[in-house]
Design a protein around this ligand. Structure first.
Ligand code: MN
Length: 408
């Protein structure tokens, strides 16, 4: 019985602009901006080292529909490395890099096979002589809401059948419902593997056959936490084996620590250092959001230093460290952090408050920020906030409010 092995990656988002990070020190910012490429190099290096039969990339190779030339040329360089080793690459384009976008076209080497906008079947013969059918389609436009899954039809004559699909498993309501499908839809096709893309959080939706979102290869913001990477998959006639390989060069993390036992600035500082060092990993950069809960310093001078000096102190030696842990957020809370449900039970007032927060509109926020953004000096130096930054502002405001209100 033969077996085949391949790499399944998705959502490379090459040259992602990494918005909202301009305040990072130059060395770290440069590393973050390079990180999607660094991560992708790990994908191709693994393909070569593990001598796989082929590589699948399940959509969103490029972050923008204009596919920067820088991103294309660096992607092409990686493809050439694979061509030299005789490794074919099968690609579908997703909602981010759909085919209607306008970009300066850069020719890819012959080992690169790109699926067209209608579902089609491509054939490859593995090193062991096994014949593999791969099925997939690329997004012709940004918004594809059709049930493309209905167009996937098994074509006889292969030892293995692999579906490639950039789309949304329909219960995942927090994502755009592109090319929706259910797990049952996929299982009914009786393929041997489903290589999915679109959802950036890694998830194995089914084991047999494997239905897999590998997640993106490099986190792009603080919502995309944890180690990111791709799968090395082996299929035999008896089943499958999957090996997750980390690709991320920069990892986003979040943590909160209870500092109620600390009685001095120095003790809190030590606890922070401890937390930071727990995240330090050799050769990997970490961007950490840290929350301190139950801060109670009675000495006024020490308490003031928390706001004024702690962050700066914690960042001091990080920028020169290859394995840095950089605090992108330090939230200092004095009260207990109770959750919404618990607070609502305690007083009606909280239900009302959360209602107001949930219905807080963009125009309210713009109005609140107007004195800053319409100030003659402010206007000159400030760039607008992204949707995500606006949401974060509201989240942080909620935390602060609760902290102040809930103070014992
Ligand atoms: Mn994506």
């Amino acid at each position: 019985m033969g077996n085949i092995s391949f790499i399944h990656a998705a959502d490379l988002h090459l040259d992602s602009p990494m918005v909202g990070l301009k305040y990072l020190p130059a060395e770290i910012l440069a590393r973050v901006k390079e990180s999607t490429f660094t991560a992708f190099k790990k994908v191709t290096a693994a393909a070569i080292e593990r001598e796989v039969d082929f590589v699948i990339i399940a959509g969103d190779l490029f972050d923008g529909e204009d596919r920067s030339l820088r991103a294309q040329s660096r992607f092409r360089a990686e493809m050439l490395k694979l061509e030299e080793k005789g490794i074919p690459v099968f690609i579908v384009h997703g909602n981010h890099d759909h085919l209607k976008g306008s970009w300066v076209h850069m020719e890819m080497p012959r080992n690169v096979h790109i699926f067209d906008t209608e579902v089609e079947c491509k054939t490859i013969t593995a090193k062991t002589g096994e014949i593999v059918h791969l099925y997939g389609f690329s997004y012709g436009t940004r918004h594809v809401f059709d049930r493309k899954i209905d167009d996937y039809q098994k074509v006889a004559g292969a030892d293995f059948h692999i579906g490639i699909l950039h789309g949304n498993e329909r219960t995942r309501t927090d994502h755009d419902n592109y090319a929706p499908f259910s797990i049952r839809d996929l299982q009914e096709k009786e393929f041997d593997y489903w290589a999915l893309g679109h959802i950036h959080k890694r998830a194995v939706l089914s084991e047999s056959p494997p239905v897999v979102y590998p997640g993106n290869i490099q986190g792009r913001n603080k919502k995309e936490t944890g180690r990111k990477g791709f799968y090395h998959v082996s299929l035999t006639n008896y089943g499958s084996e999957m090996d997750f390989i980390e690709a991320s060069d920069i990892v986003w993390e979040e943590a909160s620590i209870d500092v109620s036992a600390a009685v001095s600035f120095h003790e809190i500082y030590q606890l922070c250092l401890q937390a930071i060092n727990q995240f330090r990993r050799d050769g990997i950069g970490t961007l950490l959001s840290l929350t301190l809960n139950n801060v109670h310093l009675t000495d006024e001078l020490e308490a003031k230093s928390l706001d004024r000096d702690l962050l700066e102190l914690l960042l001091e030696d990080e920028k020169d460290d290859q394995s840095f842990v950089w605090l992108v957020n330090l939230t200092i809370l004095t009260g207990k952090q109770a959750d919404r449900g618990q607070l609502k039970l305690e007083a009606n007032f909280y239900s009302e408050l959360f209602d107001i927060i949930d219905h807080y509109q963009v125009q309210d926020q713009d109005q609140a920020l107007a004195p800053l953004y319409e100030h003659s000096l402010g206007r000159k130096y400030l760039t607008g906030l992204t949707e995500q930054e606006k949401r974060e502002l509201v989240e942080r405001a909620e935390k602060l409010l609760i902290d102040l209100l809930y103070h014992e």
